[in-house]
Design a protein around this ligand. Structure first.
Ligand code: ADP
Ligand code: MG
Length: 666
């Protein structure tokens, strides 16, 4: 492994950023806030924290590097640990929701922006960090915006000159020596939007690192494509059979499309003539099993072409070596809050056209190591019609969960100094949700219940359910259900070919009340299997029942974390309702899902109790063929119409008695 280490050091030295190392260190030393811009793959995320450490700029404290995405945080931490020649969780660690690998000796900590915002609740000055690097700032995720807003205030407090405007002086004078625990802020971004950040920090220093971008030839489709997965496959095999060696990176919107394309590429590759190179498929998306994405970084074996299927995670956060060809479907998934005119809006993931800036980034990935090619599966006119860049998340996502966290640190979205202010309607909607859950009172003040809920790293609807389960004595069951629902992979796999077999096998687990207790049954059945079966036996069992084992494993880990949170919050996580107490479990969940309820209409559709939307039960639900009078649901999904997914039948009388509804509907 010492030769491996040497190879890694060689790669480090060859990164574009290495040339500027000394100059960078000087700038960081002199400036309280630095905005660092540089081409993707130049070495910002992996090298800058190490420079800070090696030049002793972080003192004895920790350097936080924030990422909007969980996979980016874990995978980059693994890389930097390898570069330092240490085990992950020692000098270099990470912290993401439901998973942490850090120790008392951790000095470089990759973490999601969500995690560091959560830490504000226990450490409002973020005092254990001497440097906070806000990475991928151009993405403008909601948590990143909240973090940046807080950092500005924290720095003013920690750096000791809290009076005047000019807090970001470059002077190394007396003033700064007074500060006992000063904070440095580094904002990093791949795109050229530095001005907004620099302005927000009253004229912070902006530095550019030179990248290494080779020319990329871009081809557009002549006609617009209706089936981008199919046309991605055809384009891949055209490249594979006609073009010289070089790996292919295909950008797709999400996991389902990636899995679909993976299958068809596999099948098709088997039928290729002997003379063709082998095809090695790698995938890269958010909910993928941790070990699985290491494969993508390994050198491509001889006589082989890598076919990398990725979401926009490979756009700027993670650089995959060896790519010469990019296929861009022009699509991505974007979280969007669908506000309903009468309140009761919801966040939904929608497949959308990408922006011009994304299209440029995607093409750029082909030219990192040499001249490259980008095949856009959309027309040149479609490219010209794209929006220049994405809207900040704060303008398009639900705010309830963040607002609850802010309330815990005596902050408010209305009074924060933000780069972009959220609009009135989504603020009101968030306040309504928190009020309905009992997390805030009529005066918009945090209630003790709200504080209890905020301790859980869960969406407020689910933390409300967990808190409710305390009195109803069924925390054990509720934790299981909430864990499965919080996992990033879906529990049930779906495939139209096996529809009948699937519904046959689902029947085994089905609970007459609906999907929530069905999930509980599945989880318990899996736990039983785990006692007797080997790893491969478990895998086969999951396959046989069309279950995604990854979701079950992930749920198990989440549950463990939540057990810990319960213990700290004085809730007995083992309290089990057991047989005959199903009603209690449903009631607990209903406390959280109170806004997600609907009544049956004469025509068989459902009308929201709290809103005006008319919804249908999603075909995947165990209740899809039943006409239950009142339902609660986990989420609404929007396709050609609005579907309720994750549905359970509830007692109407109970719903009315939820107190919340009767009093608060006004
Ligand atoms: P930037 O932040 O400027 O986009 P990075 O620091 O992320 O650049 O990447 C620098 C280099 O590190 C790239 O060549 C990338 O391929 C490599 N790299 C990043 N993560 C890994 C990993 N897990 N394994 C191997 N190489 C990696
Ligand atoms: Mg980076």
């Amino acid at each position: 492994t010492s030769s491996k280490h040497a190879a890694i050091q060689e790669q480090r030295l060859n990164l574009p950023i290495t040339k500027g190392k000394d100059a960078l260190i000087r700038e960081f030393r002199e400036n309280d806030v630095t905005v660092l811009l540089g081409e993707t793959g130049s070495g910002k995320t992996t090298q800058v924290p190490q420079y800070l450490l090696e030049s002793n700029l972080a003192g004895n404290d920790t350097i936080a590097v924030t990422q909007p995405r969980k996979v980016a945080a874990t995978s980059l931490a693994a890389r930097v640990a390898a570069e330092q020649g240490v085990k992950i969780g020692t000098l270099v660690g990470y912290s993401v929701r439901f998973d942490e690998r850090c120790g008392s000796d951790t000095r470089i900590k990759y973490m999601t922006d969500g995690m560091i915002v959560r830490e504000l609740m226990s450490d409002p000055l973020l005092s254990k960090y001497s440097v906070v690097i806000v990475d991928e700032a151009h993405e403008r995720s909601l948590r990143t915006d909240l973090l940046i807003s807080n950092l500005k205030v924290i720095q003013r407090q920690r750096n000791g000159n809290g009076t005047g405007e000019n807090n970001y002086s470059k002077a190394k004078g007396k003033e700064k020596e007074k500060a006992t625990n000063p904070l440095k802020i580094i904002i990093m971004s791949a795109t050229l939007d530095a001005e907004k950040f620099a302005k927000f920090f009253s004229g912070a220093k902006v530095i550019y690192v030179q990248g290494r971008q080779h020319p990329v030839t871009i081809y557009h489709s002549l006609q617009s494509q209706t089936d981008y997965v199919d046309s991605a496959m055809r384009t891949f095999f055209q490249i594979h059979t006609d073009q010289p060696p070089g790996d292919v990176l295909i950008f797709l919107p999400g996991q389902e499309d990636i899995e679909g394309l993976e299958k068809s590429v596999e099948l098709f590759a088997k039928q290729l003539p002997q003379a063709c190179m082998e095809v090695l498929i790698c995938t890269m998306y958010a909910s993928q099993a941790p070990g699985q994405n290491a494969k993508v970084f390994n050198a491509t074996p001889p006589n082989t072409r890598k076919c990398i299927l990725a979401t926009n995670i490979a756009e700027t956060s993670i650089t995959i070596p060896g790519v010469k060809y990019v296929i861009d479907t022009g699509k991505c998934k974007e979280k969007r809050y669908l506000a309903r005119n009468t309140g009761g809006g919801f966040d939904t993931l929608m497949t959308r056209d990408i922006t011009k800036s994304s299209a440029m980034q995607r093409a750029g990935r082909a030219g990192r190591e040499g001249a490259g090619f980008c095949f856009r599966l959309y027309t040149e006119d479609a490219f010209k019609a794209m929006k220049p860049s994405a809207e900040p998340e704060i303008l398009r996502c639900g705010l309830a969960s963040s607002l609850l966290q802010l309330k815990c640190i005596d902050q408010d979205l209305e009074s924060l100094d933000l780069m972009d202010e959220p609009d009135r309607d989504s603020l009101i909607s968030a306040l309504k949700t928190l009020f309905l859950l009992g997390a805030i009172n009529q005066k918009k003040e945090l209630t003790p219940l709200g504080r209890e809920m905020a301790a859980f790293p869960l969406e407020p609807v689910y933390s409300r359910a967990v808190v409710a389960s305390k009195e109803l004595g069924c925390t054990s069951e509720v934790l299981i259900i909430v864990s499965v629902l919080s996992a990033s992979s879906k529990l049930f796999t779906d495939s139209s070919e096996h529809r009948d077999a699937i519904s046959e096998s689902r029947r085994k687990f089905r609970h007459s009340s609906g999907d929530h207790l069905t999930i509980l049954n599945v989880y318990k059945a899996y736990q039983d299997i785990t006692k007797s079966e080997s790893k491969s036996g478990r895998k086969a069992w999951c396959k046989k029942h069309f279950l995604n084992e990854r979701a079950l494993l992930e749920a198990g880990e989440i549950r463990e974390q939540l057990v810990g949170t319960c213990q700290r919050a004085g809730i007995d996580p083992k309290a089990e309702g057991g047989e005959g107490k199903e009603e209690e479990v449903i009631k607990s969940l209903a406390h959280g899902l109170v806004a997600n309820t609907a009544f049956l209409q004469p025509d068989g559709s459902y009308k929201q109790v709290m809103g005006q939307s008319v919804v249908k039960i999603h075909p995947s639900s165990t209740l899809s063929e039943r006409k239950t009078p009142t339902i609660m649901y986990d989420e609404l999904v929007y396709t050609n119409q609005i579907y309720a997914r994750g549905v359970t039948s509830i007692n109407k009388g109970f719903l009315a008695g939820l107190g919340a509804l009767s009093q608060r509907q006004a």
